[in-house]
Design a protein around this ligand. Sequence first.
Ligand code: NAI
Ligand code: 13P
Length: 350
Amino acid sequence: MASALSDTRTTVTVVGGGAWGTALAAHCARMGHDTYLWAMEKEVVDAVNKQHENTVFLKGLPLPESLKATNDIEFAIKHAELVLTVVPTPFLFKSLSNIKDLLTEKHVIISCTKGILNDTLETPDDIIKRALPEKLHSRLAFLSGPSFAAEVTKGIPTAVTIASKNIQLAQHVQELLSTNRFRCYRTDDVVGVELAGALKNVLAIACGISDGVGFGNNGRAALITRGLDEITRLAVASGANPLTLAGLAGVGDIVLTCCGDLSRNRTVGLRLGKGEKLEDIVSSLGATAEGVLTSRSAYHFAKKMGIDCAVIEGIYRVVNEGADPVEVVATTMSRPLRAEVDEKVAAAKF
Ligand SMILES: NC(=O)C1=CN([C@@H]2O[C@H](COP(=O)(O)OP(=O)(O)OC[C@H]3O[C@@H](n4cnc5c(N)ncnc54)[C@H](O)[C@@H]3O)[C@@H](O)[C@H]2O)C=CC1
Ligand SMILES: O=C(CO)COP(=O)(O)O
């Protein structure tokens, strides 16, 4: 049977030479797209070009020789049709501001960041729209879903979702990025995908803490399910389709990062649960764990929305106030009993 996959080749620039940017750039280069990785660190650029490895953020994994890296942002943006922005949330506004005058309506801008800013409670969609002129807003798409950088770099089968309010654009990106090892689905539910991707990092920390303390499989399953309920209620109140939360960006990424030991967020939780101090964990991790900052944003976001979120509140207290996880669980389990399914979610129209 003939493959349904497109053989169209295009030009790609990935902005951000961390683990995820490098993995996505490697995927695009392997597909035959003419691909540049823009990295802030000269060491990353040199290592990718000369050793075909990102020796800083993705050690030990060979990258395709066709992948080129550069420090020259003007060249990199002018080169590409697809611009993937893959920087941690706190650096996203600055990164987009640096390239806003180089971007045109011919570019497709694909955000691959997962987080919520502390001070403004903005998702990447909000941050990017604040940074870019309005004429570019219909050129935005968002890539999310269960996808460890190391596994994508190794070519392990992966499925992700591409969200855009401009569904033709989502379909275009889907066709340009899908292979028989990297399958992209599409949706127009940007808010659902963005909130799922950010909030699952907080849940991954929670599950790591639970496993680190030794609460066992029952404890983790309860956290995943009740955490998903909180994420769903927050997302639905923000206008998301509840089914998005059952999809790749929701359940898919929650299962991956709450159970998979490659997760940096789960690792932070495991080490917290075993009694290490947050500052020591963060300074020795050598990688971004977005859930640490997002745990604070999630707590304030839930308060702002007036939605009771016991798991998010508990994680906020453990991560940000040094509360004892055993006591937090005891308090959470003694709350007044309630129905399992929230009536607003049950009644949501989609
Ligand atoms: N690593 C993974 O498996 C996945 C990561 N993501 C998301 O991708 C985003 C990027 O994460 P990673 O590539 O994993 O990060 P990383 O921890 O591997 O690399 C850190 C990144 O932050 C950049 N950075 C550090 N200081 C900076 C500054 N002052 N200004 C601008 N940039 C600075 C570095 O250049 C590098 O690109 C995050 O939102 C993460 O949640 C999403 C899916 C998978
Ligand atoms: O988002 C991810 C996989 O989909 C990566 O999760 P961590 O940041 O916890 O490693």
